[in-house]
Design a binder for this molecule. Structure first.
Ligand code: PLP
Length: 402
C-alpha cells in the first residue's frame, strides 16, 4: 500500500479507469518516482507517449518559453510554430501533404474520417477497419475500433463503419461496395495486443484501394515518430498512405495530435468544414517542434531499432515467454499458458518496473526511444523476476484444508 497524497484521491473522478495504487510525482528519462520516493523503470512511457523520456530538457525548455510568451490565440489568427511543425511532419512523411492539428489521437482519426467523407461525397462514407483494432473513444472512432465488446453499451453508434478480419485481404475485398470510401488500419495493432501487419497485407490493401478508388487511412497514433524503427511504421511496409494520423509521441506528453493527408485529399476540406479551438496552439506546437528537432538530432528510428533488437533477444530468452511480437520498441511479450499478464504486470510494478498487461496473455512494452542498454538489461531482469514470482504462485498446489 502506498501513500495517497493530497489531490490524488480518485473519488472525484468518473470511474472510467481503475488505476494502480501508485502515485507518480516525478520523472526523468526512463525513471519514475512515486510519492513515497520509490524509483521505477518506466517501460510503458505513458502508453507510448514519452518517446524522449520524462522531463526531457529541450521539451521542458520549449514549454516554459511558450508558457511565458504566448499559450493560445485560436485558429482565427496565424501563430508560430504550428506551420513549422506541419512542414516537418510533411517532410518526414515524404512531402506533398497538409496537416490538421488536434488534441488527441481520437480527434486525429475523427479528422481522417470526416476528410474521407468530404472527399468521397454524399453516399460514399463507409470506413472499413479491422477486428482487433483501436482507433479511439469518441463515438465515431469507437465504432471504427474493431472491438464489438466496447460498442455494446453505447449503441446506436454513428452509421458508416464496417469491420473485417485482420490481415485478410479477401475479407476486405468482400466488404467493399459503392458506399465504401476508405480503409483504416494500424501498421501494428497496439491496444489489440501488439500484432504487426505484414508488408504483403499493406501492399495488397494499397493495391485494392487504388483499384477501387478508396483512401488508405493509416493510424500511426501509437506507432508513429520512430517507435517501430522507422519514422512511420508504414514506411517499413513499403506503402504510401493517403492519410496518416499521429498523436502520442508528438508532444512527449503535451496533448497534441495531427492528421496528415496528401494535398489533393486535404484540399477536399473547405474553410468551416472542420475545426478545433486548441489544435496547433503555440504551447502544444512548441513542445512538438522541440520533440521533432530532438528526435531528428538523436536519430530515434535507428535507436529504436538497435534497442528493440537487444530487448527482443533478451525477452525471448526469459522463462515463461513464448513469443515476442512487434517492431522496434513497441513489443508484445506473449506469456506461457497459466501466466496471467495482469499478475505479471502487478509483480513487475512491485519490483519497480512499469509495464502494461495489454491482453490477458500479453505484456506490452513501449519504453523511451532513448533507453540505454543498461536500462534494457535492468528491465528484462526485473521482468524475469516478476515472471518467476507469478510462476511460483501459479504452480504451488493449494494447501489441503486442515
Ligand atoms: N489510435 C491508436 C492506434 C491508439 O493506440 C490510440 C490510443 O491508444 C488512439 C487512436 C486514441 O488516441 P487518444 O487516446 O489520444 O484519443
Amino acid at each position: 500500500m502506498t501513500t495517497t497524497p493530497p489531490g490524488a484521491d480518485i473519488a472525484p473522478l468518473m470511474p472510467t479507469y481503475a488505476p494502480n495504487d501508485v502515485t507518480f510525482v516525478r520523472g526523468e528519462g526512463s525513471r519514475l518516482v512515486d510519492v513515497d520516493g520509490k524509483a521505477y523503470l518506466d517501460f510503458l512511457g505513458g502508453l507510448a507517449v514519452t518517446g524522449l523520456g520524462h522531463a526531457h530538457p529541450a521539451v521542458a525548455a520549449a514549454i516554459a518559453e511558450a508558457a511565458g510568451t504566448l499559450l493560445h490565440v485560436s485558429n482565427l489568427y496565424r501563430s508560430v510554430p504550428g506551420p513549422k511543425v506541419a512542414a516537418v511532419l510533411d517532410e518526414l512523411l515524404g512531402g506533398g501533404g497538409k496537416v490538421f492539428f488536434t488534441n488527441s489521437g481520437a480527434e486525429a482519426n475523427e479528422c481522417a474520417i470526416k476528410l474521407a467523407r468530404r472527399w468521397g461525397g454524399r453516399g460514399r462514407h463507409v470506413v472499413v477497419s479491422a477486428f482487433g483494432s483501436f482507433h479511439g473513444r469518441t463515438l465515431a472512432t469507437l465504432h471504427a475500433t474493431g472491438q464489438p465488446g466496447k460498442h455494446e453499451a453505447f449503441q446506436p453508434l454513428p452509421e458508416g463503419f464496417r469491420h473485417v478480419a485482420w490481415q485478410d485481404v479477401d475479407a476486405l475485398e468482400a466488404a467493399i461496395d459503392p458506399s465504401v470510401v476508405a480503409v483504416l488500419l494500424e501498421p501494428v495493432q497496439g491496444e489489440g495486443g501488439v500484432h504487426p501487419a505484414t508488408a504483403e497485407y499493406f501492399a495488397a490493401v494499397r493495391a485494392l484501394c487504388d483499384e477501387r478508388n478508396l483512401l488508405f487511412l493509416v493510424d500511426e497514433v501509437q506507432t508513429g515518430l520512430g517507435r517501430t524503427g522507422a519514422w512511420f511504421a508504414h514506411q517499413d511496409l513499403g506503402v504510401r498512405p493517403d492519410v496518416v494520423t499521429i498523436a502520442k509521441a508528438l508532444g512527449n506528453g503535451m496533448p497534441i495530435g495531427a492528421c496528415w493527408a496528401r494535398a489533393e485529399v486535404a484540399d477536399s476540406f473547405r474553410p468551416g468544414d472542420h475545426g478545433t479551438t486548441y489544435g496547433g496552439q503555440p504551447l502544444a506546437a512548441s513542445a512538438a517542434l522541440a520533440v521533432l528537432e530532438t528526435m531528428r538530432a538523436e536519430d530515434v528510428p535507428a535507436r529504436a531499432r538497435r534497442a528493440g533488437e537487444r530487448l527482443r533477444a533478451a525477452l525471448e530468452a526469459l522463462d515463461g515467454v513464448v513469443a515476442v511480437r512487434g517492431r522496434g520498441l513497441l513489443l508484445g511479450v506473449e506469456l506461457a499458458p497459466g501466466l496471467d499478464a495482469r499478475a505479471v504486470a502487478a509483480a513487475a510494478l512491485d519490483g519497480g518496473l512499469v509495464v502494461n498487461p495489454v491482453t490477458a496473455d500479453t505484456i506490452r512494452l513501449a519504453p523511451s526511444l532513448l533507453v540505454t542498454d543498461d536500462e534494457v538489461d535492468e528491465a528484462v531482469a526485473l521482468l524475469g523476476t516478476a515472471l518467476a514470482a507469478v510462476a511460483a504462485v501459479a504452480t504451488t498446489p493449494d494447501e489441503e484444508p486442515a
